[in-house]
Structures are given as structure tokens and as C-alpha cells.
Write a protein that binds this ligand. Structure first.
Ligand code: AGP
Length: 367
């Protein structure tokens, strides 16, 4: 069956709207309510090997790297294994030490990104084990890995990735759940996560339904030549992905920062001409986040805050974008969806080619 944009103005819009379905597909048949875990048979990891993992290293490029950061946090939180993400494009150039008890995870929509493929080869050449979170079945990265899981996002045509990223995040949630349950994650926490994963597709739909209000905010943001995207801990990769999407298709300078780092430099750039999009979930950092954003407001910086429904932002002067509440570990993906819609409408307003932004290719297969 041909995959076409159809009645949608662009593939990107079609693919954004397909996210609830893609989110259902990636978890479908992989959740086990009885044992409150996930079953990812293709990982080729038994219980003993899972218990022996000392570290997880996620490798990906661009947005896949940012979702990899979200994934590493999920693994560390749920499975209590030290985990981090690294740009696959840098990895092999530092002659990395490959540890036999580290689980390497390559993440890629296309499965053909040369930097990610070469990073996987570097791991395997030095005797490491690498699994893949890949969308395209039978692609080079999928074939090169020792095992993994397919994302089932369906075809993605727009250069700006949306639904593939959502399935990557959920793939990491499944992986973290399975690793966690073999190790120390309680059955109650497993059940809590499964309920969250099941509730998520409808919540994604609810965020996408705010498109008209988001379009209005996007038109305001599109006026600025330069923007900041800020967040902390779970919110930081969300900010990175938000800035990435915005610059890819709107061609505006968008820079991501940890909210906590603003006072160490970038605050000097805040002015009425430089808006900030801030990620402020309802979590243990809310008060600190709001405090830092008051510093921006005091300097006349316009604020757009992506936050949770009903959260009191203490009189902060900001345009507010609310997302539904789920389990805190799953927050990043719900906080990311409105940023896709903002980037899309900013680019549309500026009259850019949404699906084929200048200078970029859908998959980067040469160095
Ligand atoms: C995402 O919007 C970008 N177009 C880009 O960063 C992309 O995620 C990156 O090139 C990795 O591609 P992959 O997932 O196909 O490996």
C-alpha cells in the first residue's frame, strides 16, 4: 500500500497525527500484566546476563541521540543501572574502552545512519554486545546488532522525525521495564508503568488536539530570530529535541540549555527579543524551575511554559501549554509532543518546505 501524505498538508503533519496509533503498536503484545513486565524476546538476553549488566550506553545521532538521553534516564531510574547516551558520530573517534559488562544500545529510525552503524561496528569489533532500537526492518544497523526490538512506527518520510521518536521513547520504556523487573523493580512499580503506557496514546491524542492554540503560540515564536529551550533532568533532553525540531524546519536559531545553567552564562542574552520555551513538569524541581524562569521574566524575556495540567506556576507571566499527567518517568514524551507542533506551525507560518528542509537529508548514509 502506497504511503502518501493524502489529505494532510505534509508528511510531517500526517506523521505527528499518527503518533497515538504508533504508540499503541510499539507496546502491543509486549506487556505482561501478570508479571508486571515487558517481553522483548528479540533482545537475546537471558535473566543471568541481564543481572550482570553494570552499565548501559546508548548511541544515536541527532534526535535519536536526544531520545537516547531520555531512554538512558529511564533505564537508570527503573532498572537502577548507570546509563548515559552519547552522540554516535563522536563515539568511535575517541577510541572508546568497550566493557564486556556494558550493554550498548543503538537507536535509529532508518537503521542506515552511517555514524550509528560505525559506532555499532566499533562496539562489536572490540567484543561488546549491542542491541538495536530500530524502525526499518532488516536495515543495516538492525542486521549488525546482536538483538533488539523493532519500533513499528510505520514509514516516516518527513525529514523532521516525530512518530519514530515517540516509539523510540516507548521502546526504551519497555526495555527499562524488562531490565528493571529482572533486577529490583517492584511488581507495584511495574504495574504502575504498564498502566501509564496504556494511558499514553489517548493522552498524546489530547495534546495533538490543542493544535489551534499551539499554532497561535508558534506564530508568535516565529517572529524571533533566536530562542532558548530549557529544561532540567528529564526535561533537558525534551528541550534539546524541541530546539532541534524548531531549528530544522523554521531555520531559527534555537539553543537548548539546562535551566540550572542559565545563570552561568546564557542569561546575558535574555531580552524581549529572545523568547524561552521552558519545560516545567510537576516534579521535585518545579519550584527551582519556576524560580529560574522568574529571572527571565524580570529581564523582559517572553516565556512559553510546557507544564502539567493544574500546576500552580506562582504568577509567572507566561503563555502556558498544558499536557496531561502520567507516571513521572513517562513525562518526557508527553512534554515533547507540543514542541513538534510548535516547530511545525512556525515553519508553516514562515512558508518553509516542511518535509524537505534545506541542507538536510532524511537519513545520513555517508560520513
Ligand atoms: C530528526 O528530526 C532529524 N532529522 C535527525 O536528527 C535524525 O533523528 C538523525 O539523523 C538520526 O536518524 P536515524 O534515526 O535514522 O538514525
Amino acid at each position: 500500500e502506497a504511503y502518501e501524505a493524502g489529505e494532510h498538508a505534509s508528511y510531517m503533519r500526517k506523521e505527528m497525527l499518527e503518533q497515538p496509533e504508533a504508540a499503541r503498536r510499539v507496546v502491543s503484545g509486549r506487556l505482561d500484566k501478570r508479571f508486571a513486565t515487558a517481553h522483548l524476546g528479540g533482545l537475546n538476553l537471558d535473566a543471568r546476563e541481564t543481572r550482570e549488566i553494570q552499565r548501559v550506553k546508548v548511541l544515536g545521532c541527532g534526535s535519536a541521540y536526544y531520545v537516547g538521553q531520555m531512554g538512558a534516564l529511564l533505564i537508570e531510574e527503573l532498572a537502577r543501572i548507570p546509563a548515559d547516551a552519547e552522540a554516535a558520530s563522536e563515539f568511535r573517534y575517541r577510541d572508546p574502552v568497550i566493557e564486556p559488562d556494558t550493554l550498548y544500545v543503538a537507536v535509529s529510525q532508518s537503521g542506515e545512519t552511517i555514524d550509528t552503524l560505525l559506532a555499532v561496528q566499533e562496539v562489536r569489533r572490540k567484543g561488546g554486545r549491542c542491541i538495536g532500537l530500530v524502525n526499518v526492518v532488516g536495515s543495516a544497523i538492525a542486521r549488525e546488532c546482536d538483538g533488539g526490538l523493532y519500533l513499528h512506527a510505520g514509514p516516516e518520510v518527513a525529514v523532521a522525525s516525530t512518530k519514530a521518536l515517540t516509539t523510540m521513547f516507548l521502546g526504551f520504556a519497555l526495555l527499562a521495564l524488562q531490565l528493571g523487573r529482572v533486577r529490583d523493580l517492584s511488581i507495584a512499580d511495574g504495574r504502575r508503568l504498564i498502566a501509564g503506557l496504556e494511558a499514553l496514546p489517548e493522552q498524546v491524542e489530547a495534546v495533538l488536539a490543542q493544535e489551534d492554540a499551539l499554532a497561535e503560540t508558534a506564530r508568535e515564536l516565529a517572529k524571533a530570530e533566536s530562542l532558548f529551550f530549557v529544561g532540567r533532568v528529564r526535561g533537558f533532553p525534551v528541550a534539546r529535541e524541541g530546539a532541534q525540531k524548531f531549528k530544522e524546519i523554521s531555520y531559527r536559531h534555537a539553543e537548548a540549555y539546562q535551566t540550572s545553567e542559565l545563570k552561568h552564562g546564557p542569561l546575558a542574552l535574555i531580552s524581549p527579543a529572545v523568547p524561552t520555551v521552558a519545560i516545567v513538569p510537576d516534579d521535585e524541581l518545579t519550584d527551582r524551575n519556576v524560580g529560574a524562569l522568574h529571572e527571565i521574566a524580570a529581564r523582559g524575556g517572553p516565556l512559553v511554559v510546557v507544564t502539567h495540567e493544574g500546576l500552580d506556576l506562582g504568577g509567572l507571566p507566561a503563555t502556558r501549554i498544558d499536557v496531561p499527567r502520567n507516571e513521572k518517568e513517562l513525562d518526557p514524551i508527553l512534554l515533547t509532543i507540543p514542541l513538534q507542533v510548535l516547530a511545525y506551525h512556525a515553519a508553516l507560518h514562515l512558508g518553509h518546505d516542511i518535509d524537505k528542509p534545506r541542507n538536510l537529508a532524511k537519513s545520513v548514509t555517508v560520513e
